[in-house]
Design a protein around this ligand. Structure first.
Ligand code: GAP
Length: 434
């Protein structure tokens, strides 16, 4: 069995239409990607699983939110991003190549040209800045958000005055974020334009530590739910000197990527830092009136934050398998059926038998199932195509089918085949994703 590599995944994503390099025909845009049909379906499965996991919590209410991407200077000044959202940058004086200083060994020569002539390390702010309208003064400066969370904090007053919620409650948001990474790399792992799924949990200070534990547990359960192998996930508790200065605890959920254990999701007990900062900078009190004590408090926040694209990459790494079936090598994505972009494929053995299969296909599509119809090439070739995109079940209609009203269903992972009555196919597909 060959180990999965980043190169193999990138090739599969392009070949099967999951992900394309953005602006490919113009030479590509570094750190920016477009998602094709199957990639979009996989992303949809990721976001709907996350939203379900979040909104099903019985610990308190969970509200949904969809904030703007552009934010004024004042927001990012209050959040600390204008002053502190930096990465250390260094240039090679000889070849002008630019690196993140913590990515390379400055004691050694430049990996690009082999010379050792480094500039000093400088801090590089990773926010994309733009100007609103025609004005050029400071009031017109805006940024593309580098995280989604801040729009929830600055709307805290709106959120509590328009929803009848009591502490604790959460606000969950899915949306784009932008970071001008010095060296975007490892495909979808570190991008300049990406999407986050963030949840801000507002609670009383005295329950924050317990709520933090609860959300770590919930997030670990989520990774099992989407089918990631338990042995490839671990928790890393950040040491005090690694944590953001305001964070009381931070646990990174890490995944065992081929390039090492790396952060997949961050869970942080942020205290009341964010709401206090925005209260201070905006002059508007972002407090919560606690009826039990007749006092206004600034809630504490437990945050869970994960990148959709990074989870997308993780699911592909975890599922990618090469094996041999009937003396033939195959690539198979052993995605959990819940995550599989296509749940089932329907094949007529020959084109002569297409009509009833096409009818079944259209019927299933009309009912909302993500299915494919394929009548071209040998059955073996059709299986390989579906294996590569992770389709859990393939149904074949043959000459017997006309007599016994059954089809052969073949399991993606085991390749085991059995006969199934045609009127049971819908239930079979439905059960796959339960
Ligand atoms: N609000 C907290 C926050 O944004 P973060 O650790 O900077 O924390 C959270 O980012 C998650 O967002 C990461 O764990 C990762 O999954 C994803 N992420 C961050 N930067 C990314 C990038 N450049 N490309 C893809 N995903 C990224």
């Amino acid at each position: 069995m060959n180990p999965v590599t980043l190169e193999k995944l990138v090739a599969l994503c392009k070949r099967r239409g999951f992900v394309y390099q953005s602006a490919d025909i113009y030479g590509g845009l570094n750190g920016v990607y477009d998602f094709g049909h199957l990639g979009t379906l996989l992303k949809q499965n990721i976001t709907s699983s996350w939203r379900q996991a979040m909104t099903r919590t019985d610990r308190g209410d969970m509200l949904l939110f969809d904030g703007s991407i552009l934010g004024p200077h004042a927001v990012w000044e209050a959040s600390g991003h204008v002053q502190g959202f930096h990465d250390p940058m260094v240039d090679c004086l000889a070849c002008k190549h630019r690196y993140r200083a913590d990515d390379i060994d400055l004691e050694k020569a430049c990996p690009h040209c082999g010379k050792k002539e480094w500039t000093d390390i400088r801090e590089f702010n990773m926010m994309f800045q733009t100007n609103l309208g025609a004005a050029t003064d400071k009031s017109a400066i805006a940024y593309l958000r580098p995280e989604t969370a801040q729009s929830i904090y600055i709307n805290f007053k709106n959120i509590i005055s328009t929803n009848r919620v009591k502490l604790p409650f959460g606000v969950a948001q899915i949306g784009k974020a932008f970071r001008n990474e010095i060296t975007p790399k490892q495909f979808l792992f570190r991008m300049r334009e990406f999407e986050q799924m963030e949840m801000e949990w507002f609670c009383k200070p005295e329950t924050a530590a317990q709520d933090f534990e609860y959300w770590v547990e919930q997030r670990i359960a989520f990774f099992a739910h989407v089918g990631i192998k338990k042995e490839n996930i671990r928790q890393y508790e950040q040491k005090p000197h690694e944590r953001a200065h305001y964070a009381q605890r931070t646990i990174d959920i890490e995944y065992n990527f081929p390039f090492g254990w790396k952060e997949l999701e961050g869970i942080a007990n942020r205290g009341n830092y964010d709401l206090s900062q925005h209260t201070k900078f905006s002059g508007k009190e972002l407090g919560y009136f606690d009826e039990a004590t007749n006092q206004t408090i600034i809630p504490h926040v437990v945050e869970t934050s994960i990148g959709i694209d990074r989870l997308f990459l993780t699911l592909l790494f975890d599922a990618y398998t090469e094996d041999v079936v009937e003396n033939e090598e195959r690539i198979v994505l052993k995605l959990h059926p819940r995550m599989a972009p296509i749940k089932a494929a329907l094949f007529p053995l020959t084109k002569k038998l297409s009509e009833p299969v096409e009818k079944l296909y259209k019927d299933l599509k009309r009912k909302g199932y993500s299915v494919q119809f394929d009548e071209t090439g040998s059955i073996g070739k059709r299986y390989r195509r579906q294996d590569e995109i992770g389709t859990p079940a393939c149904f074949t209609y043959d000459f017997e089918s006309e007599k016994d009203s059954s089809m052969t269903v073949r399991n993606r992972d085991t390749t085991f085949q059995e006969r199934i009555s045609i009127d049971q196919i819908e239930t079979y597909i439905k059960n796959l994703t339960q």
